[in-house]
Design a protein around this ligand. Structure first.
Ligand code: PLP
Length: 388
C-alpha cells in the first residue's frame, strides 16, 4: 500500500487549529483575563424564524408515514433548486433547475469539483485567498500558479495573458481581504477564460454582503460567463447555516469542454459519491429564499456589517492601514511596525486579549497582514475595540 504523498506534503496543522492551540496556552497562563475573538470565521447570530419554522414543520413531516422522505434526488429537491433559480431572477440571471446542485456547503463542492478535471490541468489561484483551493489541488498533485494580490492591485489580481491556465479560482468578495471584483474586471477574466478554454471556479460565498449596487454578486452577470464558469455559493454566512450545512453550485448547461458537458460529468460524479442534503435542511434553505426569509437574513447581514463599520472606525482612529469591511464581513489590516502576521497575533493576544487571523495563513502574499472579521457579538466587539 502506498499513501497519497501529496496529502502527506500538506502542512500538518490547519491555520485555525494552530490559533486554537495558542489561545488555549494563553488562557491557561492568564486565567481570568478577557479574550475576544475578532478573527472568528463562524457566525454568531442564530437561525432566522422563517428557517426555524420551516425546519420544524419538516421534522414533523418526517414523523408521519404519508409525508416521510427517504433518499432524495442527489442533485437536491426541485423545490429548492427552483427557489435558487428564482433568487437568480432577482439578479436578472436566468438559470434552469438542472443547472443547480444542492450541496452540504461550498467547501465540499469546491474540493469535489476537481474530480471532473484532469490532473495535468494548470491551476491559477489568487494569493492571499481561502486556503481550501490550494490544499485540494496540492492533494491532487496539480501544478499551481499563484496570482498576487497586493496593495497596488487592491488585492484583485488580473490575468496575465502570457500565462496559460486551465482552472482559475476567483473569490469575490474575497476571504480574507474583503476585496470585490467589479464588472469590468470580471469581464476581463471571462474573456481570458474563453480565449484559453479555461474554467473559472467562482466562489461567491459572501455575495450577500455586497452593499454597492454596482458590484456584481454573481459571475453570471457577465456576458458569456455561463460558457466558462461554475459558481459556488453557501448559506453558511448568508443565513447562519455553518452548522446546518447547505449550499449550492451552479454548473451551466452551456459549459462544455471538448464536446463534453461539465454539468453531466458533475451529475455523474455526484450520483456516485454523494447522497444529497437532508430534507429538513433543504426545507430550511428554501425558507431562506422566501420573502420573509430574505428580509430576516438581510437584518443579520446588516448586523454584521454594522460590526464591520465599528471595527473600521476604530482602526481608522488608531491609524492602522486597512481595506475591506464595506462589501464583505472581513477587514484586512497591515500589521503595524513591520511585524510579521504571527508576531502581531501574539502581540495582540498578550497586550489586548484580542484574537485575529494571521495573514500568512492565507498564502505567502498574506504575510505582514492580518484579518479581522465582523461575525462576533456586538458587545464583545465593542469591549475588544476599547482594549485595542
Ligand atoms: N468559500 C469561502 C471563501 C469561505 O470563506 C468559506 C468558509 O469560510 C467557504 C467557501 C465554505 O463555506 P461552507 O460553510 O459552505 O462550506
Amino acid at each position: 500500500m502506498k499513501i497519497n504523498e501529496h496529502v502527506a506534503t500538506l502542512e500538518s496543522s490547519y491555520l485555525f487549529s494552530r490559533i486554537r492551540q495558542k489561545v488555549k496556552e494563553y488562557k491557561t497562563q492568564n486565567p481570568g483575563r478577557p479574550v475576544t475573538n475578532l478573527g472568528i470565521g463562524d457566525v454568531t447570530l442564530p437561525l432566522v424564524p422563517a428557517v426555524v419554522d420551516a425546519m420544524t414543520k419538516a421534522v414533523s413531516e418526517m414523523g408521519v408515514a404519508d409525508t416521510f422522505r427517504g433518499y432524495c434526488d442527489e442533485q437536491g429537491y426541485l423545490f429548492l433548486r427552483q427557489a435558487v433559480c428564482d433568487y437568480y431572477v432577482k439578479k436578472d440571471i436566468s438559470l434552469h433547475p438542472d443547472e443547480v446542485f444542492i450541496s452540504d456547503g461550498a467547501k465540499s463542492d469546491l474540493g469535489n469539483i476537481l474530480d471532473v478535471f484532469a490532473r495535468e490541468n494548470r491551476v491559477l489561484i489568487p494569493d492571499p485567498v481561502y486556503p481550501v483551493y490550494v490544499d485540494t489541488n496540492v492533494m491532487a498533485g496539480r501544478e499551481i500558479v499563484y496570482i498576487e494580490g497586493t496593495i497596488d492591485n487592491g488585492f484583485l489580481p488580473m490575468p496575465d495573458w502570457n500565462v496559460k491556465a486551465d482552472i482559475i479560482y476567483l473569490c469575490s468578495p474575497n476571504n480574507p481581504t474583503g476585496a470585490v471584483y467589479n464588472k469590468e474586471q470580471l469581464e476581463t477574466w471571462v474573456e481570458y477564460a474563453l480565449e484559453n478554454s479555461a474554467v473559472i471556479l467562482f466562489d461567491s460565498a459572501y455575495e450577500a454582503y455586497i452593499q454597492d449596487k454596482d458590484l456584481p454578486t454573481s459571475i453570471y452577470e457577465i456576458d458569456r460567463a455561463q460558457e466558462c464558469a461554475i459558481e459556488f455559493c453557501s448559506l453558511s454566512k448568508t443565513a447562519g447555516f455553518t452548522g446546518v450545512r447547505c449550499g449550492y453550485t451552479v454548473v451551466p448547461l452551456k459549459l462544455v469542454s471538448s464536446g463534453v458537458s461539465i454539468n453531466k460529468l458533475w451529475l455523474r460524479r455526484q450520483t456516485t459519491k454523494f447522497n444529497g442534503v437532508p430534507y429538513i435542511v433543504q426545507r430550511g434553505a428554501q425558507a431562506v429564499f422566501s420573502e420573509p426569509g430574505l428580509a430576516q437574513i438581510r437584518r443579520s447581514v446588516e448586523y454584521y456589517m454594522e460590526n464591520a463599520r465599528l471595527i473600521a472606525q476604530r482602526l481608522a482612529e488608531l491609524g492602522i492601514w486597512y481595506v475591506g469591511g464595506d462589501n464583505a464581513p472581513y477587514l484586512w489590516l497591515k500589521c503595524p511596525d513591520g511585524m510579521s502576521s504571527w508576531t502581531y497575533f501574539d502581540y495582540l493576544l498578550s497586550t489586548a486579549g484580542i484574537i485575529g487571523t494571521p495573514g500568512a495563513g492565507f498564502g505567502l502574499m498574506g504575510e505582514g497582514f492580518f484579518r479581522f472579521s465582523s461575525f462576533g457579538k456586538r458587545n464583545d466587539i465593542i469591549t475588544a475595540l476599547q482594549r485595542l
